[in-house]
Design a protein around this ligand. Structure first.
Ligand code: ZN
Length: 403
């Protein structure tokens, strides 16, 4: 592979980066003034004035003269015009398509889902995604301007090509150029990522991760995925596989996994693993995950032991990740959160026992506080991330959307 050569930055690029800096500062510090922005960013007052003027002209930010503030009377509080700009989020799952329209502040305006089968022709699935976006664009009429489409899918993504690389158990799904397809249909930015990374971005923008630069978010259900945020950005790795922590081994001599490895975390701490262990280790037949949860809730000691063992195993997995990436925060999303605070304490205790004291004392491990479906909210967070990193003024100007 060719080594990426360093590149210079022309004036337009520098302006874009400075605009991005001011937007991020305003996002974190609502109702500050131009002078504050200059102090915080290190830009000159004149540069801030010009950049703010451009963003006010496209209504991306606004002056809020009615806001009661401690600023002196010559300082006008500024605010991002979140309500004015919308993102469309699409989450492809193995049995359904969920889609939603949000404003840039994460407020849900519309949400729907359609059942679909990935076994069918791929063209039909792509067509369903297009129709879902058409619907959201229709609903957006009169509510604001759509500035991007976030699409999250299971499985690894080839970011450079905008493709779904492959989906396990669906051999037809190989190198699907989903981004190119959607860009041909809509004159809007399309941002593509996998479901685990979408959740990590939801935490970063709207959840527990707002104040952190180094964070790992887990999504635990039938499998386990993680989104790794380093220096405030999703870490994708060289080929987009970073975050496949479900296949990180916590027992080199453990049971064989479908992936070819042994003792994968997913074999100890996923809903499928617990249902299987109930059967194989204790000969207890549990028909569904809901039944498993209810039986634990109603005092089934054996299933409770399995659930709490899974928490301990997750803690051991977290130790590996903390020793590799040194995050400040681990956020847990998904089905295991139903086991409550005692289960979380088990995870923390297992991790703490095996971490270096300094790393353990500074590490936070928390359940998510997001109320909305974190993957779907994450698709909007993907749009937010794009908009705040690359705030091209043309994105916020009126232009026809090609249907
Ligand atoms: Zn595996």
């Amino acid at each position: 592979m060719a080594i990426k050569m360093p590149k210079g930055k022309n004036t337009a690029q520098l302006q874009l980066e400075n605009r991005s800096t001011l937007l991020k500062l305003l996002h974190r510090n609502d109702h500050i003034c131009r002078k504050d922005l200059a102090e915080m960013s290190g830009l000159t007052g004149a540069a801030v004035t010009n950049l703010v003027r451009d963003m006010i002209a496209v209504e991306l930010i606004k002056e809020d003269r009615d806001f009661e503030s401690s600023l002196n009377r010559n300082a006008i509080p500024l605010q991002i015009n979140y309500q004015h700009f919308l993102g469309i989020g699409v989450n492809l799952r193995r049995d359904r398509l969920s889609y939603a329209l949000f404003n840039l502040n994460g407020q849900l305006l519309e949400k729907k889902q359609t059942l679909l089968q990935l076994e069918g022709p791929i063209d039909n699935v792509l067509q369903s995604i297009k129709e879902a976006i058409d619907y959201c664009i229709c609903v957006s009429s009169g509510k604001g301007r759509v500035v991007g489409i976030g699409v999250s899918t299971p499985g690894p993504i080839h970011l450079g090509k905008g493709e779904i690389s492959f989906l396990t158990h669906y051999p037809e799904w190989k190198a699907i150029p989903i981004k190119k397809y959607l860009k041909q249909q809509f004159s809007l930015p399309v941002i593509l990522d996998n479901n685990s990374n979408a959740v990590a971005l939801a935490e970063k923008w709207f959840g527990e991760g707002k104040e952190y630069q180094h964070m790992i978010s887990f999504l635990i259900s039938k499998g386990i995925g993680a989104g790794i945020i380093l220096d405030g950005k999703i870490f994708h790795g060289a080929f987009g596989f970073a975050g496949e922590v479900g296949h990180m081994s916590i027992n080199y001599d453990g049971p064989l996994c479908d992936c070819g490895n042994r003792g994968c975390l997913e074999l100890y701490c996923s809903t499928d693993a617990l249902l299987k262990k109930a059967q194989t280790d204790y000969d207890i037949q549990v028909g569904s995950w809901d039944e498993f949860k209810n039986r634990v809730k109603n005092g089934d000691q054996t299933l409770a032991k399995l659930a709490f063992d899974s928490g301990r195993h997750l803690g051991y997995g977290i130790v590996n990740l903390v020793n590799t990436y040194n995050p400040e925060l681990i956020v847990l999303n998904g089905d295991m959160n139903d086991f409550g605070i005692d289960w979380l304490e088990t995870v923390k205790q297992a991790a703490t026992e095996r971490l270096l004291p300094d790393a353990a004392s500074r590490l936070q491990i928390k359940f998510t506080s997001l109320q909305e479906n974190p993957v779907l909210l994450g698709t909007l967070a993907m749009v937010s991330e794009f908009v705040f990193e690359q705030p091209e003024l043309s994105l916020f100007m009126d232009k026809p959307v090609i249907m």
